[in-house]
Design a protein around this ligand. Sequence first.
Ligand code: SF4
Length: 228
Amino acid sequence: MYHYCNTPASLRGLFEELYDVSLIEDRVKALSEVEREVRECRKCRLWATRTKPVPGHGNPNAEVMLIGEAPGYNEDLEGKPFVGAAGKFLDQLLALGELKRSDVFITNVLKCRPPNNRDPLPDEVEACTPYLDRQVAIIKPKVIICLGRHSASYVLSKAGVKGHMRHGYVSISAVRGQVFNVSYEGLKVMVIPTYHPAAGLYNPKLKKVIMEDFVMIGRTLKGARTTP
Ligand code: SF4
């Protein structure tokens, strides 16, 4: 996680002019507490098979939060979200949206890897998502990008968007690239679902669609910043 206290002294003055530092310090502290709880968590069966939990990583002051499904093989080894091939592709996607990793906060619906990357089970999502909800409430992003069906299903359902739900899940092909203006944890936020980057690694057609979605996300962010 980013730590304000690691900012070189020469930059701190500038930093302090740009941001409300006490607010950032509060957010860093609150996010660190979530991280500590995740590291000790045994609320579902996944603690027993994980190597490292992956609480999330990024800018505590982020305008944009990206939410994936769950850690995969490399994330479980390193304890960081989106490393390996999917992480490299995500960096390309962020660049298409005129974003950098240091601008955003990245996390997952589940903080521990399901064995063999199987889908999250409903009771695991129920046990783990209070951590995600707290991260959203602390960071207060303006935009949430949902990467994949499980993330979009949880976030849209939590935000009361039920129209696209079938048996508790959205069809990601039906909602991708759409902008949902919703309230999540009492926060007004734009939710934009797209496919999970890992899906694009194996399917060139999906890769193109995800890249188009990130170009659109960049345009949407630019529009939102210039709208008074
Ligand atoms: S997946 Fe979530 S609820 Fe389950 S053990 Fe890991 S941190 Fe706890």
